[in-house]
Design a protein around this ligand. Structure first.
Ligand code: 9UX
Length: 72
């Protein structure tokens, strides 16, 4: 059963950042779809909790070079 996660992504300042973070998340196994909103600095991720956990999704964003704030 898919779940949905919001990640606060810090440090995105242009549209290319958005594409970078989306690509990073969408390449992670278990991610069904990810979209990033630059204005709200939020990543919305649909994922399969049987495959990946929120902490690993945050780590993927961090490895792309962005800080992750509180997650829900
Ligand atoms: Mo834009 Mo983002 O020149 O890391 S891609 S600021």
């Amino acid at each position: 059963i898919p779940k949905e996660l919001q990640l606060a992504v810090e440090g995105m300042t242009c549209a290319a950042c958005v594409g970078r973070v989306e690509q990073t998340l969408n390449k992670v196994p278990g991610v069904l779809g990810a979209s990033v909103n630059l204005a709200t600095e939020t990543a919305n991720v649909h994922y399969d909790p049987a495959v990946i956990q929120p902490e690993q999704l945050a780590e993927a964003v961090q490895s792309a070079g962005y800080a992750v704030g509180s997650q829900e």
